[in-house]
Design a binder for this molecule. Sequence first.
Ligand code: FAD
Length: 367
Amino acid sequence: MYDYLVVGSGLFGAIFAHEATKRGKSVLVIDKRNHIAGNIYTENKDEINIHKYGAHIFHTSNKEVWQYINKFAEFNRYTNSPIARYKNELYNLPFNMNTFHQLWPSEVFTPSDAKRKIDEEKAEAVCNLQGKEPSNLEEQAMCLIGKTIYEKLIKGYTEKQWGRSCKELPAFIIKRLPVRLTYDNNYFNDIYQGIPIGGYTKIIEKMLENIEVRLNCNYFDHKEELDKISKKIIFTGQIDQYYDYRFGRLEYRSLRFETTRLEEQNYQGNAVVNYTEYEVPYTRIIEHKHFEFGTQPKTIITKEYPLDISGSNEAYYPINDEKNQKIYQQYENLAKSETNVIFGGRLAEYKYYDMHQVIERALNLCK
Ligand code: FAD
């Protein structure tokens, strides 16, 4: 009899399993996939660590979380500074002085030039609403940042990501669009940032050292047997599936990854390039070697295509709109009444968590 059955060997499950084992508990970890590490899984090919489920950049301002994850890996000095490509134009992200000069090369040289230009465009957008509140994402974005940035850097990307026109998307999706009036291309504001040297999978391997793990094991295919051999369950899969969708399915956006090995050393000169025009069907291209400053003779790139979650597509981004939140709340209420099952992680809590948030949640649960 195990003290804990941990369903899912992603970051949440692995931390819980590690901490429980450290406290003398017996733990069995299962995963339906044929590998550990969930969505942070990296696979080494041609000596390049490939982020199999999308680019993962670790960032946090929480010192405890940073110190914790550094026990399992050494991090490099990678700083996320994506490039946006719109037709034949290239822009720095996040929106900063470099971007503003690239957008208005003959008008913007100083922070006050940039502020004036953006304020002018924002005022025009507000004026066009004639006193009404923004009723959709397009109106909201234009009021927050103006027409030029919206049309070149937000519209197409957002429409691809959500599979709908910005006019049909609710305004609440974009609450803030921060602009930086400095020449700073660092995407994150956090104090700590980096990529684990050698990939993320090694972190999970280290966490799960000496812990029994069963791969290719879907909890729902063996529920009766697994429930019998464990006192408590930590469930990190989809909560709606756990309850057999009794209140309906929770919606997600999915992604298709198209990975190609290229016979050249350097394809795009940056780990992440976003394609912001609608006509290009993918949202971004990842060139994995640049996460670790690779100098290998070959390179591997991945194009990310956003998709609906239907058929066998994986659930990636929860759609936390009103309708789905209402459904989730019903599942959450049921979950609270469970005595032997604890739900944790991005699928079980139906929240878009970054890695540092998952670590915080898992450590809090252990405490
Ligand atoms: P998962 O990693 O999803 O783990 C859940 C595990 O449970 C999976 O291995 C799954 O196979 C298993 N499982 C599910 N159901 C069952 C079942 N029935 N039986 C057995 N096993 C089951 N975060 C960042 O901090 N920085 C980033 O740059 C970043 N980029 C991201 C990019 C993308 C495309 C995505 C989707 C996420 C990104 N994240 C990023 C978020 C990060 O991936 C998550 O915070 C983290 O992986 C969540 O860990 P988890 O353990 O909750 O879930």
